[in-house]
Design a protein around this ligand. Structure first.
Ligand code: UDP
Ligand code: MG
Length: 327
């Protein structure tokens, strides 16, 4: 229905393609060719569609910015925002959504791991009005180290058990969204951003399209094991306070165990007159309870630290340069 209306009234709809880039000089030319091919194809089919390509240079140390400057000089559809330093992909995505002008926005990686050829299908789903968002979802973890795969799966299991927000395993940041959904995401201005949770928290109907993992076209990933681990903790602390409840639960459990042991020891002493053999038990208990206490304080500390950064109200990103002269 929407589609028919669009073709007849030729009401122009702008699609913004938002691309976070960190040291992507090797892959950008390939990406550009591919995205132009795909979007030109879409324009042929739907003449009322227009495109803008908004690249976020997230403090790259290679020639990424130079390439982006060239692209925008040659073709007015190419825009860029260059950060003053590396703020991370989350910040880059936020900046892209905040500065894009489209009626629809699609977030896509520059390394062609998110094949642009999915965009037409995503557009069909969303423009039909049935869905507000179309996203890809990895159906397998082929090509990923076994341990990493296992840990990722565990992460999704745990977080979905303890958090109210459903975080879909394998769902990616490659998403096609309506302006309404983009604005909802922008209304969440938290500093500690975990997009996988945010996308799901805002609600709306999402169509997941399954696909096999593909390798990076060139360059190398910016994600180390350490970064991934910290990112998963970010997800847990941002979307659930269950670890705090764990501290209370352990407290209750140990209090109960202590009570049972006291009763047992007293009865045992009066009935059998057994001497209370103390030293090893005490050492073990002191260590155990000390450990649990430190863990609980640590958990509390994590939430306090997050709160500390939220209350500072620092900007999510800082722009140094864009394609338009006025900032
Ligand atoms: N990226 C970014 N800032 C960063 C790290 C990555 O903007 O600090 C971009 C990167 O250029 C790419 C996308 O985020 O377009 C995904 O990064 P990468 O390919 O390194 O991650 P992976 O695909 O391995 O999860
Ligand atoms: Mg990648």
């Amino acid at each position: 229905m929407n589609c028919i209306k669009e073709e007849f009234s030729l009401e122009v709809k702008l699609i913004s393609v938002v691309v976070p880039c960190y040291n992507e000089q090797d892959v950008l030319p390939l990406f550009r060719d591919e995205i132009i091919k795909v979007t030109d194809g879409m324009k042929k089919k739907h003449p009322a569609l227009d495109f803008e390509f908004l690249f976020i240079n997230d403090g790259s140390k290679d020639g990424t910015l130079k390439i982006l400057r060239e692209y925008s000089e040659k073709d007015g559809r190419f825009r860029y925002i260059s950060f003053s330093r590396n703020f991370g992909k989350e910040a880059a995505m936020y900046a892209g959504l905040e500065n894009c002008k489209g009626d629809y926005a699609v977030i896509i990686d520059a390394d062609l791991q998110h094949p642009p050829s999915f965009i037409p299908e995503m557009y069909e789903y969303v423009s039909s009005g049935e869905y507000d968002c179309a996203a890809t979802r990895r159906v397998s973890r082929k090509g990923e180290p076994g341990l990493l795969s296992f840990l990722s799966r565990m992460f999704y299991k745990v977080i979905n058990k303890i958090s109210q927000t459903n975080i879909v395993d394998g769902a990616q940041d490659f998403r096609f969204m309506t302006r309404q959904m983009v604005d909802s995401i922008l209304s969440m201005q938290e500093y500690n951003r975990f997009s996988k949770g945010i996308f799901s928290w805002v609600g709306f109907e999402t169509k997941y399209i399954g696909y096999e993992n593909v390798k990076r076209a060139a360059g190398k990933t910016a994600w180390s094991f350490r970064k991934l681990f910290l990112y998963s903790l970010e997800g847990i602390f941002a979307f659930t306070t269950a670890p705090l409840a764990l501290a209370s639960f352990l407290g209750a459990l140990f209090s109960f165990a202590a009570f049972v042991m006291i009763v047992y020891t007293v009865i045992d002493y009066f009935l059998h007159g057994s001497p209370v053999a103390g030293y090893p038990t005490i050492v073990c208990l002191v260590l155990l309870i000390g450990g649990v206490q430190l863990l609980s304080v640590g958990i509390l500390g994590q939430y306090t630290a997050k709160m500390y950064f939220e209350t500072k109200k620092r900007p999510i990103y800082i722009v140094k340069e864009t394609e338009s002269k006025e900032l």
